[in-house]
Design a protein. Structure first.
Length: 269
């Protein structure tokens, strides 16, 4: 799908208002490019944390009403943390932003994609290192200020196969103990907080911490700085290392620790 700035003045105005002046302004039109859907659909196959209930969609009504017109309505239930979703800082830091408190500026901006597919392919428990970030910077330049940093491990290729994606199909505490997938090393999370100025992070696995974590230290380090995280991000292979714009808008749950996320990328033509 191609997306052009012509004919979308209203959308451009809205984004100009909510986005950081450093990212977009009234003088700069909304970026043109190819739209990339970076969210998985919610259905019975959606992957959740082993201790969380899955997605349910119940039919309230579906069909022709007694007045003769067609009508559908459903009731859906979901845990906050499942499928493509946002982790709000309060998820692992007392006093951090809840979902509804996260400034929109942190959810919209220029993105960089750091590729660690080769490392993760040989180690399901791989933790993304400071060196991985520095190697990326040697090839692409320093991570820009106010960037959204996305990590591509390649594990999106397994979705929605739980064994391939999580390392286990187990549920409950036993399933948690058998999780094996890559994440961000706590030292790399600290580096992003203290040595770089970023808006948010994202990854194509079930957590920004690797599967065998017990302390979730990367969550703690990032969330203490009110940097939110996007998890189970789809189609990172369709974004370039630099140059894409990301818009990541979660369900606005008051007081929420997370929520379903519709995230899109705009890749320049």
């Amino acid at each position: 799908m191609k997306f052009h700035s012509r004919g979308i003045a209203n959308l451009a105005l809205i984004v100009s208002i909510v986005a950081s002046p450093m990212a977009l302004s009234a003088e700069n039109s909304f970026p043109a490019g190819t739209l990339i859907d970076m969210s998985y659909p919610y259905n019975e196959q959606t992957i959740y944390w082993p201790t969380a209930p899955g997605f349910k969609k119940n039919t309230d009504f579906e069909g022709i009403t007694d007045k003769g017109f067609y009508y559908t309505a459903y009731t859906v239930t979901t845990a906050e943390h499942g499928g493509t979703h946002l982790d709000a800082p309060i998820h692992f830091f007392e006093g951090g932003h809840t979902v509804d408190e996260i400034p929109l500026e942190r959810l919209i901006g220029s993105a960089v994609v750091i590729d660690v597919q080769e490392q993760a392919a040989h180690n399901r428990d791989y933790q993304i290192t400071v060196r991985d970030i520095e190697d990326w910077e040697k090839a692409n330049g320093k991570i820009p200020e106010d960037a959204i940093v996305l990590f591509r491990t390649g594990y999106g290729k397994y979705w929605p196969d739980r064994v391939g994606y999580l390392g286990t199909a187990g549920l409950g505490a036993e399933g948690v103990a058998k999780l094996h997938f890559p994440g961000i090393h706590p030292a790399a999370a600290t580096f992003l907080v203290t040595q770089r100025s970023i808006k948010s992070v994202g990854i194509d696995t079930a957590s920004i911490d690797f599967g065998q974590t017990t302390l979730f230290e990367s969550h703690q380090h990032l969330f203490e700085a009110n940097i939110p995280a996007f998890e189970n991000v789809a189609n990172l292979d369709k974004l370039p290392a630099t140059g894409a714009t990301v818009i990541a808008l979660p369900m606005k749950i008051e007081g929420g620790s997370g929520g379903p996320l519709r995230i899109i990328g705009i890749v320049p033509e």
